[in-house]
Design a binder for this molecule. Structure first.
Ligand code: CO
Length: 648
């Protein structure tokens, strides 16, 4: 049976601040906005892009003791639609005043959800747009889905300084029809989001609507398979974790949950209890940004790419999850409290799902000489959220395993982006997924910022490659190979790509903390399936998403360096974020290091991805290496089974 444990509105967990990293409450968001509106005389033409906790300095968090006073500050970004100017503010909630206020010239805040809706209405109402769709046999603009895509930056003079989106459009045949089955090919409306005017409607020529519907919702399925019997997860004594506000304890793990409109789920202050003390591993982990570059060079499709965190605020697009559907078993939900364009708070109930999962065998051995078997079951703690960005869904799943392993898995699903092609045409830069329906080849690049803290602040990153010993006196039989460790001492040295044939991984070591074997305590970052971009080095998207060109980046900790694409990637000309942070080749040896891992998911669409894609998976793993003195899970007790315990 699926059950949920959840704080109520009167529960102290949501209303009272008990830790410096607690996200802003609804009351704090409202107060920060109203302080700013009053003290800066902001009018109705100002949109609030971000109202978020200004996270305190790391030292204040690490040294915090329960019950000590907590300073609360809000970081706010506003956009003035009248002159297109962007401002950043810091608001003290304790002193009820604006601490700082500054104009940030030449940037565009991300596209806000309110703008999505207003933009769709503006395009539907535009006579030029109505004429263009009428030519294609579409008479009812209210059934047209208008997807505003960030315009990027291609150096076009008439676009400079304007807050633009490119609207690609799809025709539903009824209100619940899947519109992505019928792309209105060739028609792109360009909208200025500051004035909410349709600047122009580009028409690249007529291509018929694809002939077939692409519906997947239950109402359209005529026959469900009949052979599924109930599968229930029960935990009669409840889950093994404890939650206090945003703080989680699960067996030996300690961590905190956070949430921001841009990054979504944030994991803070991860530690593992060992010999009576909680040893720090990871100070902060979150998606820093992501981008989806498409590979079709035609019409406006060459401009198709989307930075779903930096340009759209993937956290603000997070789903409210449903028990028994998204999440199965004994679930604890965290609500996310975010801001809308007016600076008012809004709540995403059940934004973060947390539960335990059985994960098969933890370890096993049968001593066949004496007939003794020992086996233990593995369990993992799952902390996850799912966001819908236009046509696509992204699930972000953090797994914590009993043996100290941390895993991030991205789940990709939703509807692939589509274009129409004339009858009989076989697309080169895509896959025909239904008659006359082309799904363009594309890639999904995610960058995760991992602020490591392996047994404290002084960490060094090593690259480990396995090397075949050349034949010679040391290797007379040709069988020899060994793992070779090389320190990555500076930011440039630490810009690396994967090499699966060398078994390459990256080790984060604390060289001043040794295990009982005299080895530096370490965690390794293990890549999974990964890839590099195919766009040419001179392409706009490579400049704007330079982070894609390396799988590993390492920087010394700086609380202001939070995104791989910089603070304002929307319409940015390029170079911001990691390329800029690392331009001085700072030292990253024996210091507080931040790892930035780029994860590429290559998507050559398949007919099976239509009309909705079964989940695709990608991710990476952090694993202890000499962090413990020995196998840390010998103390996991044998499970009970019907005949006794799992050791006999
Ligand atoms: Co895809």
């Amino acid at each position: 049976m699926a059950t949920s444990t959840k704080p109520t509105a009167t529960d102290s967990t949501l209303a009272v601040i008990s830790h410096p990293l607690d996200p802003l409450t609804a009351e704090e968001i409202a107060e920060a906005s109203s302080i700013l509106k009053a003290q800066r005389q902001l009018g109705s033409r100002v949109r609030f892009e971000t109202v978020v906790l200004k996270e305190p300095a790391k030292v204040d968090v690490v040294d915090f003791s329960q019950g000590a006073p907590i300073r609360r500050e809000a970081f706010v970004v506003v956009l003035d639609n009248d002159d297109g100017a962007t401002y950043e503010a810091l608001v003290s909630l304790d002193e009820k005043r604006v601490v700082s206020w500054q104009h940030v010239p030449g940037v565009q805040p991300r596209v806000m959800f309110d703008e999505f809706l207003e933009c769709e209405a503006a395009v539907r109402a535009d006579p030029r747009f109505q004429a263009a769709i009428k030519k294609r046999g579409i008479s009812d603009p209210s059934l047209v889905m208008v997807d505003p895509w960030s315009a990027g930056n291609y150096g076009y003079e008439d676009e400079a300084g304007r807050r633009l989106v490119l609207c690609r459009n799809f025709a539903r045949s009824s209100p619940t029809d899947n519109g992505y089955a019928r792309p209105i090919e060739g028609v792109t409306a360009v909208v200025d989001l500051n004035s909410m005017e349709v600047v122009r409607v580009d028409d690249y020529g007529f291509v018929p609507l694809p002939p077939e519907a692409g519906n997947y919702s239950a109402e359209f399925v005529s026959q469900f398979r009949q052979d599924l019997k109930p599968l229930e997860i029960t935990q009669p004594d409840g889950p093994s974790f404890q939650v206090d506000g945003w703080s989680v304890a699960w067996q030996k793990w300690r961590l905190r949950i956070g949430f921001t409109p841009r990054e979504g789920l944030v994991i803070h202050t991860v530690g593992y209890e060992d010999k009576g003390r909680v040893r720090p591993i990871l100070y902060r982990a979150a998606l820093s940004d992501m981008v989806v570059p498409y590979g079709d060079p035609s019409k406006d499709h060459y401009r198709k790419n989307a930075f779903d965190a930096g340009e759209y605020g993937i956290g603000s697009l997070t789903n409210s999850l449903t028990l028994g559907c998204d999440c199965l078993g004994e679930i604890y939900y965290f609500d996310a409290v975010l801001n809308n364009g007016k600076g008012e708070p809004f709540v995403i109930p059940n934004a973060v799902c947390m539960h335990e999962e059985d994960y098969g065998i933890l370890w096993k051995h049968t001593d066949w000489r004496i007939g003794q078997t020992e086996v233990r079951r593995s369990r993992r703690l799952v902390v996850s959220s799912v966001a819908t960005v236009g046509n696509y869904e992204y699930g972000f799943f953090w797994y914590f395993y009993q043996d100290g392993t941390i895993q991030m898995e991205v789940k990709l699903t939703g509807i692939i982006n589509t274009a129409a092609v004339p009858e009989g045409e076989t697309p080169k830069y895509g896959t025909l997924v239904a008659p006359q329906l082309n799904a363009h080849i594309h890639q999904h690049f995610f960058n995760f910022r991992l602020d490591m803290s392996v047994d404290g602040g002084n960490n060094t990153v090593f690259e480990v490659n396995t090397v075949a010993e050349p034949p010679g006196p040391d290797n007379p039989h040709g069988n020899a190979f060994y793992a070779e460790k090389t320190p990555l001492r500076s930011e440039w040295e630490a810009q690396r790509v994967i090499d699966p044939m060398k078994g390459r991984y990256w080790l984060v070591s604390n060289t001043s903390a040794m295990n009982t074997l005299g080895q530096p305590v370490s965690y390794k970052l293990m890549p999974g399936e990964n890839i590099l971009p195919f766009a040419h080095p001179d392409a706009s998207i490579i400049k704007r998403a330079g982070f894609m060109t390396k799988h590993l980046w390492v920087t010394p900790y700086d609380r202001n360096e939070i995104s791989a694409t910089g603070p304002y990637p929307n319409q940015h000309a390029g170079g911001a974020g990691l390329p800029e942070y690392t331009k001085n080749d700072r030292n990253v040896e024996n210091t507080d290091v931040v790892l930035w891992y780029t994860l590429g998911y290559h998507h050559v669409p398949r007919p099976e991805d239509w009309p909705i894609s079964p989940v695709g998976y990608c991710g990476f793993t952090l694993k202890p290496v000499g962090f413990f003195d020995t196998n840390p899970v010998l103390d996991v007790p044998p499970s009970e089974h019907h005949g006794g315990a799992c050791h006999h």
